[in-house]
Design a protein around this ligand. Structure first.
Ligand SMILES: *Cc1c(COP(=O)(O)O)cnc(C)c1O
Length: 439
C-alpha cells in the first residue's frame, strides 16, 4: 500500500464487492449529475465532506460528550467533536452548541424535551402555511405530545405577526417557534421576542432552511432575540445530513425548568441532557467529522460569496417566473426559495412535480397558504436555488431554467416536448460538473 500517494482516497464506487448496491449508488450519482436540482432543502456537499462521512469514526461508540464519555478509546473522537463544536460556535458567534442530533427533527425533539412537559402549550407556524412537521403537526411527536397552537400568514403571504401576538397573549404558550420550511421572507425575531417577554415564553428559532444565509450575515440574526436556535446541517449549510442546537447566551433558566432528576440547570445543560441520554444514544462521529469539515468551509471567505450568489440566483429566478405570469406567494423572495401558486396556470402541484420529474427537473409540490387541495395534490410548488448555485449556475442561467420549466408545464401532455427538454437539461448541466473527481 505504501506506493500509493499519501492523500485521502476518493470513493471508488466501481471497485466494491457489493456490485448490486454500488451500481445503485452510481445510478444515483448519474441522476444528480444529469438533472436540475431545485428542491429547496437539498444541496451538494463538497467532496471532502462526502469523504469524511465514509470513514472509521462510524465504528466508534461515544455516548456522552467530549471529556465525559461512557466508553474508552474516545480521545480522538473527542477532538473531532470538539473541533466541530468550536467551528460552529465561531460561525454563529455562540457560546454553546450541540452537534450530535442525527437530523433537524431530532434536534427539535431534544429542544421540546428540554423545555416542555407533555400537554403544555406552544405556538408555531401552521404546516399548511409553510411550517414544519415538528412545529406541531398532529401526525408528529410535537403535535401528539404537546398542545400545539398555530399562527399563519396573511393573504399577502407574510407571517401574520398580529395573529401570533393575539394567540400568544390569550393562550400564554410556554414556547413560541419561529422558522419554516416553505417561507420566502425574512423573520422579525425582535417582534416575536417582545410578545414572548410579555407572557414569559421561550423563543425557539428553527433555522433549518436559511441557516447558511444567516451564517453569512445575509439575513436577520435570530441569535440575539431567540433563546434557542436549531438547524439542519444539510440544507443551505451544505454539510452532511444532520442537526445542531445552539445558544448565543447560555442562561440560568428563568422558567425553572428541571432535569428529569429535579435539578435546576442552565439551558445548555438541559439541552445536552435532552439530546443524550434524553432522545439519542451513540452519536454519529463520522457525521460529526463531516459536520466539522463543512463548518470549516463555511468559515472560509468563499462561503459568503456562495450565500450572495444564492440570493442573486433566487432574485433572478423569481423575476423570470413573474415575467411569465407565475404567481409567487408574497410576490418574491428574501432568501433561497420561492413558493408558486399554480392555480392561474390550471395545474396542481402534483401534476407539475411529476411532469418536471420526467424532464430531469426535480422540485416538490407544496401547499400554498389557504390551499383548497389536499397535501398530496396541492396547488403549488416550492423552488429553491441552493443546489444549482453550488453547481456554479449564475443569475443568467436562472432564466434558462425557468424557460425550460415553463415549456414543460405548458406542454404537460406532450411527451415529445418533455423529452426534448430532458435532453436540453442533460446537455446544459454538463457545463457544471458534479464531483468531477469521481468516476
Ligand atoms: C428540514 C427541516 C427540519 C427537519 O430536518 P430533517 O433533517 O429532515 O429532520 C426541521 N425544521 C425545518 C423548519 C425544516 O425545514
Amino acid at each position: 500500500m505504501n506506493h500509493l500517494p499519501k492523500k485521502l482516497p476518493i470513493q471508488i464506487h466501481t471497485m466494491q464487492k457489493d456490485t448490486v448496491l454500488f451500481e445503485l449508488i452510481n445510478k444515483e450519482l448519474s441522476r444528480q449529475r444529469n438533472g436540475i436540482e431545485l428542491i429547496a432543502s437539498e444541496n451538494f456537499t463538497s467532496l471532502q465532506v462526502l469523504q469524511a462521512m465514509g470513514t472509521v469514526p462510524t465504528n466508534k461508540y461515544a455516548e456522552g460528550y467530549p471529556g465525559k464519555r461512557y466508553y474508552g478509546g474516545c480521545e480522538i473522537v473527542d477532538e473531532i467533536e470538539t473541533l466541530a463544536i468550536e467551528r460552529l460556535k465561531k460561525i454563529f458567534n455562540c457560546s454553546w452548541a450541540n452537534v450530535q442530533p442525527h437530523s433537524g427533527a431530532q434536534a427539535n425533539g431534544a429542544v421540546f424535551l428540554a423545555v416542555m412537559k407533555p400537554g403544555e402549550k406552544f405556538l408555531g407556524l401552521d404546516l399548511s402555511m409553510g411550517g414544519h412537521l415538528t412545529h406541531g403537526s398532529p401526525a408528529n411527536f410535537s403535535g401528539k405530545t404537546y398542545h400545539a397552537l398555530h399562527y399563519g400568514v396573511t393573504k399577502e403571504g407574510i407571517v401574520d405577526y398580529e395573529q401570533l401576538e393575539t394567540i400568544a397573549r390569550k393562550e400564554k404558550p410556554k414556547m413560541i417557534i419561529c422558522g419554516a420550511s416553505a417561507y420566502s421572507r425574512d423573520w422579525d425575531y425582535q417582534r416575536i421576542r417582545a410578545v414572548a417577554d410579555e407572557i414569559g415564553a421561550i423563543v425557539f428559532a428553527d433555522i433549518a432552511h436559511p441557516a447558511g444565509l444567516i451564517a453569512t450575515g445575509l439575513l436577520n440574526d435570530p441569535f440575539e432575540h431567540c433563546h434557542i436556535v436549531s438547524s439542519t446541517t444539510h440544507k443551505t449549510l451544505r454539510g452532511p445530513r444532520g442537526g445542531i442546537i445552539m445558544l448565543r447566551h447560555d442562561f440560568e433558566n428563568p422558567w425553572g425548568l428541571k432535569t428529569p432528576k429535579g435539578a435546576t440547570r442552565t439551558m445548555s445543560n438541559l439541552l445536552d441532557l435532552a439530546v443524550f441520554p434524553g432522545s439519542q444514544g451513540g452519536p454519529l462521529e463520522h457525521i460529526i467529522a463531516a459536520k466539522a469539515v463543512a463548518f470549516g468551509e463555511i468559515l472560509d471567505s468563499s462561503f459568503k460569496m456562495y450565500g450572495q450568489q444564492v440570493i442573486q440566483n433566487a432574485q433572478a429566478m423569481a423575476k423570470a417566473f413573474v415575467d411569465r405570469d407565475y404567481n409567487l406567494i408574497s410576490n418574491g423572495t428574501d432568501n433561497h426559495l420561492m413558493l408558486i401558486d399554480l392555480r392561474n396556470k390550471n395545474l396542481t402541484g402534483k401534476k407539475a412535480q411529476e411532469t418536471l420529474d420526467k424532464a430531469n427537473i426535480t422540485l416538490n409540490k407544496n401547499a400554498v397558504p389557504f390551499d383548497d387541495k389536499s397535501p398530496f395534490v396541492t396547488s403549488g410548488i416550492r423552488v429553491g436555488v441552493p443546489a444549482v448555485t453550488t453547481r456554479g449556475l449564475q443569475p443568467k442561467d436562472m432564466e434558462t431554467i425557468v424557460s425550460m420549466i415553463d415549456k414543460v408545464l405548458m406542454n404537460c401532455e406532450d411527451e415529445k416536448q418533455i423529452d426534448a427538454v430532458k435532453q436540453e437539461v442533460k446537455s446544459f448541466m454538463q457545463a457544471f460538473p458534479l464531483y468531477p473527481e469521481l468516476p
